[in-house]
Design a protein around this ligand. Structure first.
Ligand SMILES: [Zn+2]
Length: 196
């Protein structure tokens, strides 16, 4: 529907864009790619025409303008993806150290699944944290082979000692109990019990 007021028209376009974000972005990406292919010289000229100062200013303006919305989106994503947030946290933390390494939320879930969602130290079924067998402070990496699921209190007690709880007899992998629980409660209920 044509609008007389250009501001109203823009508002309507904005609404449409946001109400169907995924396909809007896809369309926008395609259009940009098409334009860039047809007019490479224009893209190049536009890029060269902008001074670093100008680019910085535009970014700063965008940041202020969209700050609230961006923050809300980020908060929502964090609420919806606690496992991914934790995995990212460990990835960043590992990047700061020399040892490196990281694991994904899925790998962490599988690890918890393999130990029956129990703390490897006390054997209790509590929310689990990813403990570094060889602590990061002692050069331990964040690759999965250096990670063991512990509850918060056992993790705190272990602190910066190197103790491998995966060795002990009682912690032999007990997949059957996890399978049973998944049947009773569903995989989602177990996932909510797992945080890195
Ligand atoms: Zn424990």
């Amino acid at each position: 529907m044509p609008y007389k007021d250009p501001e109203k028209q823009r508002e309507s376009q904005r609404r449409r864009y946001w109400s169907n974000l995924e396909s809007s972005r896809e369309r926008s990406r395609k259009n940009t790619a098409k334009y860039a292919k047809c007019h490479p010289e224009k893209i190049k000229a536009a890029a060269l025409a902008r001074s670093p100062q100008e680019i910085k200013e535009t970014q700063a303006r965008c940041y202020v303008k969209h700050k609230a919305r961006k923050n809300a989106q980020v908060s929502k994503w964090k609420r919806d993806n606690p496992d991914k947030v934790r995995a990212l946290y460990h990835k960043r933390r590992a990047q700061k150290t020399q040892a490196g390494g990281f694991f994904t939320a899925e790998e962490w879930f599988l690890l918890c699944f393999a130990v029956g969602f129990r703390c490897l130290c006390c054997g209790l079924k509590k929310p689990l944290e990813a403990d570094h067998v060889i602590p990061v402070s002692k050069g331990g990496s964040s690759w999965l082979w250096n990670i063991q699921p512990l509850c918060e209190s056992c993790n705190v007690k272990k602190h910066d000692q190197t103790i491998d709880y995966r060795d002990s007899e009682q912690n032999s992998v007990d997949v059957s109990s996890s399978e049973k629980e998944i049947k009773i409660y569903g995989a989602d209920s177990l996932l909510t019990n797992v945080s890195l």
